[in-house]
Write a protein of this length. Structure first.
Length: 200
């Protein structure tokens, strides 16, 4: 299963945004300094292509997706009727690892991905260990019973995350009640520029 295994702080500094879903004082201090020995000297105005590339890289870093899989998602929504940018965001948000994160079962998408990969997540009562699995409307997502006594998971289950409008949660069970819309989610990247990047 392909995934990024390099330093996460490097990704965040490269894009200039916090892609780790957590507050780290050391990271927040370093976000303003680009990676590399000569990072401070590199600041220059990006071309239109450069801006589109950076938006694409931000989305990939945030959702933990590699190029081949991301391009496939863009090609999939490009042939569907409707707002292509909104459809892309909908696909990204309904990945199983992202839904697990949004439901508050993990503190980060990287943590959610690990829960899924290790077989701790059930969809409609069946174990699913594929992070990119697309959750459908009315699917229920739960944590496996053996994980409920895990000391790292128990505090998370006691918290009440602010759920997005397309999700419902009751105890250790979450549900996708409708497909996400663009107005539901604020993301630090432009889906329009991503679509334009791939339409070249």
């Amino acid at each position: 299963m392909a995934r990024y295994t390099g330093p996460k702080h490097r990704l965040a500094r490269r894009e200039g945004i916090n892609v780790l879903d957590k507050q780290s004082k050391s990271l927040l201090r370093r976000l303003m300094v680009p990676v590399g020995v000569h990072g401070k000297k590199r600041k220059k105005k990006l071309s239109e292509y450069g801006q589109q590339l950076r938006e694409k890289q931000k989305a990939k870093a945030i959702y933990g997706i590699l190029e081949k899989q991301f391009k496939k998602m863009v090609n999939t929504v490009a042939h569907k009727p409707g707002d292509t940018g909104e459809l892309l965001l909908s696909l990204l948000e309904t990945r199983l690892d992202n839904v697990v994160y949004r439901l508050g079962f993990a503190r980060s998408r990287f943590g959610a991905r690990q829960l899924v990969s290790h077989g701790h997540i059930l969809v409609n009562g069946k174990k699913v260990n594929i992070p990119s699995y697309q959750v459908e409307v009315n699917d229920t997502v739960t944590i496996s019973p053996k994980l409920l006594t895990n000391p790292n998971i128990m505090p998370l289950l006691e918290e009440k995350p602010s759920l997005l409008p397309f999700l419902e949660k009751e105890a250790v069970m979450g549900k996708l009640i409708r497909m996400p819309k663009g107005a539901d989610i604020e993301v630090p990247f432009s889906t329009q520029q991503i679509i334009e990047y791939y339409s070249r």
